[in-house]
Design a protein around this ligand. Structure first.
Ligand SMILES: [Zn+2]
Length: 476
């Protein structure tokens, strides 16, 4: 068997193509056959097939971790990994990653540098596809600083770059007309991307998120969703060439000033979910003046509690909102600011969510005519009378009725204190009222809409559903 060793920085998919070329294999099963031949046989026992990356490593007689580090783009795809998933690229436990990402490049086509092809031919009498020509957003050769050339055929990897050059199946080189400052940024981005591509193990997302956040704040940048100060993405807009940004990261190019772009501002500092590899390169190139500084910064030690004990955000699914959220709402007496604080949520977002649940803020409800009328209604006063006594617009009270869960009205009644509302029925003592309210607060089911409809039906004596009532009102 002829062993086809990979060349320096050769892409795995290009290496596979070169093996196929040497063997004269054009079909996938033929390539499979040649690569599979080097695997240890297993007495007819069917084992899980190794990833193509591992097969290529075995063919090359080098370890799969070394092969992954030097010939795959896994280090670019997985710059950071979830805590506990920071496996060495290409290792046995990381076969799933190798299988999924091991043979991919960061571009949709094959690219070559004509100067590299020329130099390779002179030195090795052959040419090959390089990883550093397939980094996202790097459209020039970092070694020769000339624009890359796209190979314009369907299966570029099946032949070596110089073959395509010879048959003129290449497109015009990428042209870049950047000024010196812009070039400096692009060089920094390319250098950071290239160094990250050489890492054997992904960074722990907890560390990298912490470090980027710390650096950004030290530069006076904002890392929170709301606020006036500039964000990391503002810094990117300021530093990166606009044209390049528009091509590669269009979602930043069109952002508003001081706006928070979650794909960048949130992703780069996340301690739970790793960002796309290129995002780290972009952010680092924007918050550091040199690539070396940026890369060395990533090696800084991080306080142990950051890595060991990160507050994982609560999973807030429908079950949370229709279940335990009620307890939190009651505990904080329906005050949005306090609830937002305890949940670590943006106040405005929470406010919208609370309205949709029929659980609006109970801040200062005692001062609202409509709320006071609603509470009277809850206490057994007639609808018209309640509105009249509080000088409230019937339509507004009805609107509130339609949008607020009855258990919230019960809670508001309790919080406001019966003494402040003139209880219509003299037969019910304040004490009874309290205990009734308590019982209601505790026993309300978690299906507010249904309960609410029943509530309105009972109180207003309406025949139809609330929706129909609304339509009737609108029709008048
Ligand atoms: Zn080159």
């Amino acid at each position: 068997m002829i062993r086809v060793s990979p060349m320096a920085d050769e892409l795995a998919i290009g290496h596979e193509g070169r093996i196929a070329w040497v063997y004269g294999a054009t079909e996938k099963h033929e390539i499979d056959h040649h690569l599979g031949a080097t695997l240890p046989s297993s007495d007819g026992q069917k084992l899980a097939k190794p990833s193509r990356l591992s097969q290529l490593a075995a063919h090359s007689e080098i370890s799969s971790t070394e092969y992954a580090r030097k010939h795959s783009m896994l280090p670019s795809f997985r710059v950071a990994a979830k805590h506990g998933e920071d496996l060495t690229h290409g290792c046995e436990h990381g076969e799933n990653f190798s299988r999924r990402l091991g043979m991919l490049t960061q571009k949709s086509s094959a690219y070559i540098c004509l100067a590299c092809v020329k130099a390779d031919l002179q030195k090795e009498q052959l040419s090959w596809y390089r990883r550093e020509h397939h980094l996202f957003g790097v459209d020039w050769c970092p070694t020769h600083e000339v624009g890359l050339v796209k190979v314009g055929v369907k299966d570029p990897w099946l032949s070596m770059p110089h073959h395509w050059v010879g048959s003129e199946e290449i497109e015009e080189p990428y042209t870049f007309d950047f000024n010196l400052v812009e070039l400096e940024f692009l060089r920094r981005y390319a250098e950071i991307s290239t160094v990250l591509l050489d890492r054997a193990i992904p960074l722990d997302v907890r560390s990298v998120g912490y470090l980027i956040g710390k650096r950004a704040r030290a530069l006076g940048l904002r890392t929170s969703i709301n606020g006036q100060r500039s964000t990391i993405s503002d810094q990117i807009l300021l530093k990166a060439p606009a044209k390049w940004l528009k091509t590669n990261f269009s979602y930043i190019a069109t952002k508003e000033k001081s706006g928070f772009v979650s794909k960048i501002d949130g992703a780069a500092i996340s301690r739970t979910k790793p960002a796309q590899g290129a995002v780290y390169g972009l952010v680092l190139a924007s918050i550091f003046d040199t690539a070396i500084e940026a890369i060395q910064y990533l090696d800084n030690t991080v306080p142990s509690d950051v890595v060991n004990n990160v507050k994982t955000p609560l999973r807030r699914n429908a079950g949370f909102w229709h279940g335990e959220f009620w307890e939190i709402y009651v505990r904080h007496q329906g005050l949005t600011t306090k609830i937002a604080e305890s949940l670590g949520m943006d106040r405005k977002t929470l406010q919208d969510k609370m309205w949709s649940l029929g659980m609006p803020s109970l801040h200062n409800v005692g001062a609202s005519k409509s709320w006071r009328a609603l509470i009277r209604l809850h206490n057994g006063e007639g609808f018209g009378r309640s509105c009249e006594l509080e000088n409230a617009e019937e339509k507004e009270v009805e609107n509130l009725l339609r949008n607020v869960s009855p258990r919230v009205v019960a809670l508001a009644t309790k919080l406001l204190g019966i003494s402040r509302i003139e209880v219509a029925s003299a037969t019910i003592s304040a004490k009874d009222q309290h205990s009734k309210v308590d019982a209601k607060v505790k026993n309300e089911s978690s299906a507010p809409n249904q309960e609410f409809n029943r509530f309105i039906g009972a109180v207003i004596g309406d025949q139809g559903s609330t929706r129909e009532t609304a339509e009737d009102v609108n029709a008048v």
